[in-house]
Structure formats: C-alpha cells, structure tokens
Design a binder for this molecule. Structure first.
Ligand code: GDP
Ligand code: MG
Length: 458
C-alpha cells in the first residue's frame, strides 16, 4: 500500500503535470517538417537563449528548460528531428528530407507556474506535448467514406475540366481499351492504376492539390500494395457483372481502401487533439496560377472537414476531437520583404475563408499569422537611383548568392486575369548556415507558440 506521503506526492505530481496534443496540418510542401524541426529546436534552446520574446513564458523567464521524451504511441514513426538538424547543420546546409508518413515527437517543458492553484502546489510544473505530423493528402480521403465506388468514380469524372482534363488524357485513353467485364487481370489493373497514379502526380506537379486517393501520391508503407491499385471507371451500375470480373475487383479494392486505409487512419490517429496549426504556402499558387489557387483553397476546405467537430455523424463515430484553438499560418514569409507580411496574412485569410467558416461554426478560437519556421534570407535595401527599395538576400538553390525584391503580395485573391499581366517569381532559397549551439533563425515562431501553448504554460 502507498503511504500517505506517497499519495500526496503522486497527487502533486499529477496536478503539476499537464498534457497537450498538437496536430500539424498542411498539404505537402506547406512546411510541416520545417515547422516541427524549428519548434523542437527553439524550445530546446529556451534555457540558454532569448529568441522567443513573443512567447510570454519565455519572455518572463519562467521556462526552466525543455527536453525530448519518448513518445507514448509506439506504433507511429518518430519524427526525424536529428536527421533534419543534420541537414541544416551540414557544411552546405540543406532543407530536411521530405517525410512520407505520419510521425510524432514528444517534448516536456519545465516552467514556473503563475496560476494560483499550481503555485500553491509547487514551484515548477511540466507541460508534456505531442506534435503529430500528417500528410495533408491523406486527410483529403475523408469524403471517400461517404461514397460508394460508383459515386466516387462520378465525382472524379466530373472534376475533369481545364488543366485536369488535359493531364487526364493518358488515363482516359487507357480506359478506352480496358474491358471491365473481362475476367480479372491483375497485370492490366496494375498498369492502368499506374497511369492513373501518374495522372495524380502530374496534377500535383502542375500546382493542383486536390488529388484522390491521397495515398496514391504519398503511399508510405503501402507502396506497391494491391489496395492502391484501383482507379475510376465509367460503368453502368444496373448491369450485372461476374464476381470475377475486372470491375468486381476494382470495387473490392476500393472498399478495402475505405476500410483498411482511410478508416484505419482516422481510428488510429484522431483520438485526441487539443490544438491544431494549419500551415499554408500561399506563395506557391501565386507562382503557379489561378487554377492552382482555387484548387488549394478547395483542398484546404476539404482538409478541415476532417476536423469538423462533431457535426458529421460519420466523424463522430470515428473519433471525438476536442480541439479548442486553430492557428492558420502562412509559411515561408522570409520569401518576401517584411512590409509585405500584412498582405500575406490578408491573402491567407482569403485562402482559408471556407475552411475558417467550417471551423468557426463550432465556436472555437482561430487566428491567422505569417511566419517563417526557418528563416533563409536576410532583409535589407537595394539602391535604385536615389531611391532605396526593400530586398531580401540569401543563397539560391544553385548555391549562388542572390539579392532580390520579389515583388508585392496581393492583398486579395487575384482574378484569373492577374496572371496574364504579371506572374510572381518567388525563388527558393537554401537555409542559411547555422551553428549547433544557436537556435535556428525564425520569423514569429514565438507568436505561433504563444497561440498554441501560451495558456498551457501559465
Ligand atoms: N525560405 C523558407 N523555406 C521554407 C521554410 N519552410 C519550408 N520551406 C521550404 O519548403 C520546402 C518544404 O517544406 P517541408 O517542411 O518539407 O514541407 P512539408 O511537406 O509540409 O513537410 C522545404 O524543403 C523548403 O524549401 C521556411 O521557413 N523558409
Ligand atoms: Mg514533411
């Protein structure tokens, strides 16, 4: 039996220990890996540096220190923090390798509480938090749970216009010579599935984001599995087909995908979240064009439905989320000059407007910011006659120094005409050299942290 002293100690310990789970959401290339890497790195430096003035707990010198902890969910890959830092600290610094799966990392922050109840119990408290990295593409599969194969096929065909229709040609041609009622032919199925997958990749390469099924472009450990080898076809649902036909196999694989891939993903990963950050790269569609812009907007809205707190009965059955705060962040703000940051936030607001409406209905707290998880440029001015114009300076992807004025960020979603007159050219930069003993340079990481964790560190 526990002694009274032990019981009291346990009680104190529990009261001073709190826990928060943060979902880091965004489409691929939005900057999730960079964000998590920087977040971990910034917090690990809190005991020695003052680089987070906008996080009240660090500004008030109440954070004693942070450390990594073994994660509780042993079925999820560990977030590759050391590998990412290895890339950033290399002699020729590079961006962390893209990850292709769910991953998670756990940290503990020890701090001096300000809340009376906690202060009474002890002089220090600990906040444990889990950060979960999701490929946004996987979240785009949620609607599949509400559609049978026929409905899904129809939804895919009705999306074929403009750029998509052009890119879909090889797949549509392959369908012409594919016999649905013939005896199942695995090799042929695999070949057409590959052409369909190539089409989805081509959509992404063209700057489009809404691709289904999401696992086809980011298969993770399912690479090459038959459950990823189906594709939309045109068929008459009334017509009877043999149980051993190609069509029957396509239906069976679609159902398997719904159950074993999509449902399983939600079951395993959506148990509990407290906070969410949605990262958005608004600059990429500015480079790519109007269709890309509207497509990203639709994909983000779609993605937010995964977090539609209790409104959809289907979701309710799968998980019971209790997110109370969502932060939308325009990433990579170091690609534009600082006076453009307000425009970037305003553009982000327009970009996430439908997503915002989805969430605000549920009465949760939301905010929009612009930030750079890992700042890759310095700001300055360049002389232009007797004028000086703001500029950013960094190293381009070919390792050459580059100083540019990247141009203005529009405040509003531009109309399609916009791209006819002028395109945007936001060049990519390599990360700046950094030293192991110093935290990574950032823009407003502390603001993001304050929003996500500030109240938990009181
Ligand atoms: N300049 C700059 N580039 C960034 C930043 N964050 C991400 N990037 C760029 O965006 C790419 C994709 O980021 P990543 O974090 O891998 O995206 P993910 O697919 O959402 O995990 C990186 O390889 C970088 O080139 C940032 O803060 N500043
Ligand atoms: Mg990533």
């Amino acid at each position: 039996m526990k002694s009274i002293k032990q019981e009291v100690n346990d009680f104190l310990h529990r009261s001073l220990d709190s826990h928060v789970r943060i979902a880091v959401t965004g489409l691929s290339r939005a900057g999730k890996t960079a964000f998590i890497t920087s977040l971990v790195n910034q917090l690990l430096h809190t005991s020695t540096h003052n680089q987070l003035p906008l996080l009240s707990a660090t500004r008030d010198k109440r954070v004693i220190g942070a450390k990594r902890e073994p994660q509780t969910n042993m079925m999820v890959p560990r977030f590759a923090y050391d590998e990412a830092m290895g890339q950033l600290h290399a002699e020729q610094p590079n961006w962390p390798e893209p990850t292709r799966d769910v991953s998670e990392i756990r940290l503990a922050i020890k701090y001096k509480p300000t809340r009376k109840t906690k202060k009474l119990l002890g002089s220090t408290a600990t906040l444990h938090f889990d950060i979960i990295d999701y490929p946004g593409e996987w979240l785009l599969d949620l609607p599949l749970l509400d559609m049978d194969f026929e409905q899904w096929c129809n939804s895919q065909f009705s999306a074929l216009s403009g750029q998509r229709l052009e890119l879909a040609k090889p797949w549509l041609e392959a369908l012409d010579s594919f016999d649905l009622s013939a005896e199942v032919n695995e090799v042929e199925l695999q070949a057409v599935a590959q052409i369909y997958t190539d089409y989805l990749h081509a959509c992404k390469a063209a700057g489009l984001h809404w691709v289904q099924p999401g696992r086809f472009v980011l298969p993770g450990e399912l690479e090459g599995a038959p459950v990823l080898q189906f594709f939309p076809v045109r068929f008459n649902a009334e017509e009877k087909t043999a149980r051993t036909s190609n069509l029957a196999m396509l239906k069976a694989r679609y159902q398997e995908y719904q159950n074993k891939v999509v449902k399983a993903f939600y079951k395993h990963h959506f148990a509990t979240f407290d906070r969410q950050i949605v990262l958005v790269d608004c600059l990429q569609p500015l480079n790519a064009g109007y269709e890309s812009f509207m497509d990203m907007r639709a994909a983000l809205e779609q993605l937010m439905h995964s977090f539609r707190y209790g409104r959809s009965s289907m979701l309710k059955r799968l998980f019971a989320p209790r997110i109370d705060k969502v932060l939308f962040a325009a990433t990579k703000a170091d690609h534009v000059t600082p006076e453009q940051h307000t425009n970037l936030v305003s553009l982000l607001q327009q970009m996430v407007h439908p997503a915002w409406q989805t969430a605000s209905f549920e009465n949760i707290e939301m905010s929009c910011i612009s930030m750079a998880s890992i700042q890759a440029t310095k700001t300055g001015f360049i002389a232009n006659g007797d004028q000086s114009i703001p500029a950013i300076q960094g190293t381009d992807v070919n390792d050459a120094p580059l100083t540019v004025y990247p141009g203005e960020v529009p405040r509003k979603l531009p109309s399609s005409d916009y791209w006819k007159h002028k395109g945007f050219e936001f060049t990519a930069f390599k990360p700046m050299p950094s030293h192991q003993d110093e935290p990574l340079p950032h823009i407003r990481m502390d603001k993001a942290l304050e929003y996500l964790l500030g109240d938990k560190l009181k």
